[in-house]
Ligand binder design. Structure first.
Ligand SMILES: CC(C)(COP(=O)(O)OP(=O)(O)OC[C@H]1O[C@@H](n2cnc3c(N)ncnc32)[C@H](O)[C@@H]1OP(=O)(O)O)[C@@H](O)C(=O)NCCC(=O)NCCS
Length: 219
């Protein structure tokens, strides 16, 4: 087995529907430790060492089709190995991906700086949220907690602008744009511009949005 995959736990962490679980349990701890090691190395590798960065990123996530277009540091993944990415992926500085519930990203997706994708939430009743204290000082965490996770799907050619937050269970349709600062709580259809909190469809994307072709001369 390859060294980088040696912390992987047997598929039990791959969740495709609403799941309730305790992320502080040991298998998750080892997975998250592996993630921390890889992303720490990635985040301190300079951009000009692009081959090493791409090599590390490929090991950080569950799968990526080919090499990414560009990954800007820092990136923060909860697991990494529960994120599936298509071709030509771009993410800007400070991309935060809480992927315990599974994140599925299509081809040519662009994620601007400071975007958060969160598949994870916690129970609303506090006594269910905080489960048990860990009195043993050798335990890696102070207490147990419960997470309720739902997968997130982002279609092909989607652009998510700066500072948007995509919440658990959401699907964003192909070619759509999520405006800066939006909080996406419900599914967004394909081919639309959507923005705001909560994020709503503002309009369809039409030929009127096309930049005149002569603007691309020489590119
Ligand atoms: C996606 C984006 C470019 C669209 O903005 P736009 O071209 O101004 O969109 P429109 O012209 O269709 O504007 C429609 C309306 O929504 C408003 N609007 C634009 N972006 C908005 C946003 N993020 N949140 C709320 N309202 C917004 C506009 O002011 C306009 O209002 P009006 O009709 O009262 O004048 C913009 O929302 C955005 O996110 N910009 C940041 C881009 C970014 O993150 N860049 C990083 C590089 S990866």
């Amino acid at each position: 087995m390859h060294f980088w995959n040696s912390f992987q736990t047997d598929g039990m962490i791959i969740m495709k529907k609403t799941t309730i679980f305790q992320p502080t349990d040991k298998p998750f701890f080892w997975t998250m430790l592996r993630t921390e090691i890889i992303q720490h190395m990635l985040n301190k590798t300079p951009l000009w060492n692009i081959y090493k960065r791409n090599w590390l990123f490929k090991r950080l996530v569950a799968e990526i089709d080919g090499k990414p277009f560009l990954i800007c540091s820092p990136v923060h993944f909860q697991q990494g190995n529960n994120t599936h990415i298509g071709k030509n992926f771009y993410c800007g500085y400070n991309f935060c991906c809480l992927d315990h519930g599974g994140v599925y990203i299509g081809d040519n997706v662009m994620i601007a700086p400071n975007v958060t994708i969160t598949t994870a939430a916690h129970p609303k009743i506090s006594s269910q949220r905080i489960v048990r204290p860990f009195p043993n000082t050798f335990e890696p965490y102070g207490r147990g907690e419960i997470e309720v996770v739902k997968p997130i799907t982002i279609g092909n050619n989607v652009w998510i602008a700066c500072g948007a937050i995509v919440c658990q269970g959401v699907t964003i349709g192909d070619n759509s744009i999520i405006g800066a600062g939006s909080v996406v709580t419900k599914d967004i259809p394909p081919n639309v511009l959507a923005m705001g909190t909560p994020c709503k469809v503002v309009r369809g994307i039409t030929e009127d949005d096309r930049i005149p072709d002569d603007g691309f001369k020489g590119i």
